[in-house]
Write a protein that binds this ligand. Structure first.
Ligand code: PEP
Ligand code: MG
Length: 565
């Protein structure tokens, strides 16, 4: 069977089907509404108590952010509007079960209809809360996932965060579900707990049988039920190899990032939330090379205030304790919508009114964010980075505003880092072509290959018909990257890469040869990238790059690089 691999690793174990309890009941009209409301509020109190305990367990096994997901469930059920409406239905004579269900279903319907994943995820959270409180009202005992035997592969229709919070990771070697995907909270939790998991396996609950053996590959999404001896042997070997690789990588923990001939590089992480800064350190990142602030805006229903943003940026700076933190200003538009900003629908959103263009025209919003970043710079090693730069004026205007706000803060007696660096993302074809001019304006560059590839190749990564063109190994993209790095070198400014290509083992020798100084990657890639950098000398990387830069097609580049890396 095949599903979506959401948490890597090989799991070999015994299936445990976690059947859903029937939450069916016959609605009964109530006459003693006060007693019914009391029954409801006791169920809510008991739900909150259980959830609080699960959150505390998660805080220890996974981390603060994960615990917050559970605590979010408490806020949902304690929402005064929700409680008020449920009590109103009870007052009207409906039983607690029916009242709870009616209100939760209404929210589930609203949230599920949303376009964005974050709001859709809320529907799953409300569903989780509804079944939690409903099972308490109905007196149903949940299966205790904390007590499953060693070597268990949990199979469940929908894995809720509250289920995963109970899991004892010593005993669970894999998770299979019929619904869910990479971005669901449960998938995130599975990755944090390092339990291999495959989601959205069609007909899982009908096909899998209790007690049968199973093998899962959490990277590829493969599932084999009742594997034969030969399959078991193959997967046992793969698992051993993976574990061996992980042990091998651990040797690079706590070490500097150094090439084989002694050049030191900066190896930092990309994050989306302040709490991820802790994860960056946990995975041995040396700081943060890209904080995508748009996620702070996406999670809200209105523009976060200066104070709110300041607290978030300060939180990240404090976690990093002086290690670098590059905060990218709002990068919205394109595929990143923020409904409350009311961005107009555009014919061509990727070439439209987005990122720095939007911020420079919406100065109030930009001022709030820049003031918040400047204030946070008093608490760590903070830099500012502008996205989607295409011309010199954009950098000058952005920097002028930073200067204006610095003066404003000084006159208000508010502290900030007077030497704060202001850099830019080089992620458009234009920025690559005029990188020499831009290098005279910016304090540093960070190459965003995700967009640079798209804008150079005029190929939308989301369009499968043109995805064959979307590759950072295209000769045109490689020339862009080389000229950006060369331009930075000539002006002596640091140049990093925060696009996905920075973690690609085929790209790394080229980046070393061109003269990149900083690699910014997802936290779980840190040790792998450090190991890869350690395997190259400048001389050997130069030989490889020289050859690559004479190859005219992506296919030749790829074939050659895979033969030498
Ligand atoms: C990029 O474009 O490479 C990048 C890092 O930014 P984002 O993926 O957020 O657009
Ligand atoms: Mg980008």
């Amino acid at each position: 069977m095949k599903g979506i691999g959401v948490s890597s690793g090989i799991g070999i174990g015994t299936v445990l089907l976690v059947e859903e309890h029937s939450l069916d009941y016959t609605p009964k009209p109530v006459t003693d509404t006060a007693a019914e409301k009391k029954r409801f509020s006791e169920a809510v109190a008991s739900f909150c108590e259980n959830t609080q305990a699960q959150a505390e367990t998660l805080r220890k096994t996974a981390g603060d952010k994960e615990a917050e997901i559970m605590l979010g469930h408490i806020s949902i059920i304690q929402d005064p509007f929700l409680i008020g409406e449920i009590e109103r239905l009870i007052d009207g004579g409906q039983c607690a079960e029916a009242s709870l269900e009616a209100m939760c279903d209404m929210f589930i319907q609203i949230f599920s209809a949303a376009e964005d994943d974050v709001t859709k995820q809320r529907a799953a959270d409300v569903r989780d809360v509804k079944s939690g409180v409903l099972s308490i009202l109905l007196g149903i005992r949940e299966v205790k996932l904390s007590d499953v035997p060693a070597g268990t592969i949990i199979c469940v229709k929908e894995l809720t965060p509250s289920m995963i919070a109970e899991i004892n990771k010593e005993n669970v070697v894999g998770i299979l579900t019929e619904t869910g995907s990479t971005t669901s909270h449960s998938a995130i939790l599975a990755r944090v707990l390092e339990i291999p998991a495959v989601m959205s396996v069609p007909d899982l609950m009908k096909t899998a049988k209790n007690e049968e053996k199973a093998v899962i590959d959490g990277s590829k999404g493969d599932v084999i039920l009742s594997p034969d001896e030969a399959q078991l042997a193959v997967y046992a070997e793969k698992r051993e190899k993976l574990l061996q690789e992980r042990r091998e990588l651990e040797k690079f923990r706590g070490k500097a990032t150094v090439s084989a001939d002694g050049t030191v590089y900066e190896l930092v992480c990309n994050i989306g939330k302040p709490e991820d800064a802790a994860k960056a350190l946990q995975f041995d990142g040396e700081g943060v090379g890209l904080f995508r602030t748009e996620f702070l805006f996406m999670d809200k229903t209105a523009v976060p205030s200066e104070e709110e943003q300041f607290n978030e940026y300060k939180k990240a700076a404090m976690i990093l304790k002086g290690k670098p933190l590059i905060i990218r200003t709002l990068d919205i538009g394109g595929d990143k919508d923020i409904p409350y900003l009311g961005l107009a629908k555009e014919e061509n959103p990727f070439m439209g009114f987005r990122a720095i263009r939007y911020c420079l025209k919406n100065r109030d919003l930009f001022r709030i964010q820049l003031r918040a970043i400047l204030r946070a710079s008093a608490f760590g090693n903070v830099s500012i980075m502008f996205p989607l730069i295409t011309c010199v004026e954009e950098v000058r205007k952005g920097k002028a505003l930073v200067e204006e706000l610095k003066a404003e803060l000084s006159s208000e007696g508010i502290e900030y880092d007077k030497d704060i660096k202001v850099g830019i993302m080089t992620e458009t074809a234009a920025s690559g072509i005029i990188a020499d001019y831009l290098a005279k304006e910016a304090d540093f560059f960070s190459i965003g290959t995700n967009d640079l590839t798209g804008y150079t190749m005029a190929a939308d990564r989301g369009n499968s018909d043109v995805s064959y063109l979307y590759s950072a190994l295209q000769p045109s993209v490689l020339r862009m990257i080389r000229s950006i790095i060369t331009a930075a070198g000539e002006q002596n400014i640091p140049v990093g890469m925060c696009g996905e290509a920075a973690a690609d083992p085929m790209m790394i020798p080229l980046l070393i040869s061109f003269g990149l100084t900083e690699f910014s990657v997802s936290a779980p890639s840190v040790l792998r990238v450090r190991k890869c950098i350690a395997s190259w000398t400048k001389q050997r990387a130069d030989e490889v790059a020289e050859k690559v830069m004479q190859l005219a097609t992506e296919q030749e580049v790829r074939e050659y690089l895979s033969s030498v890396t």
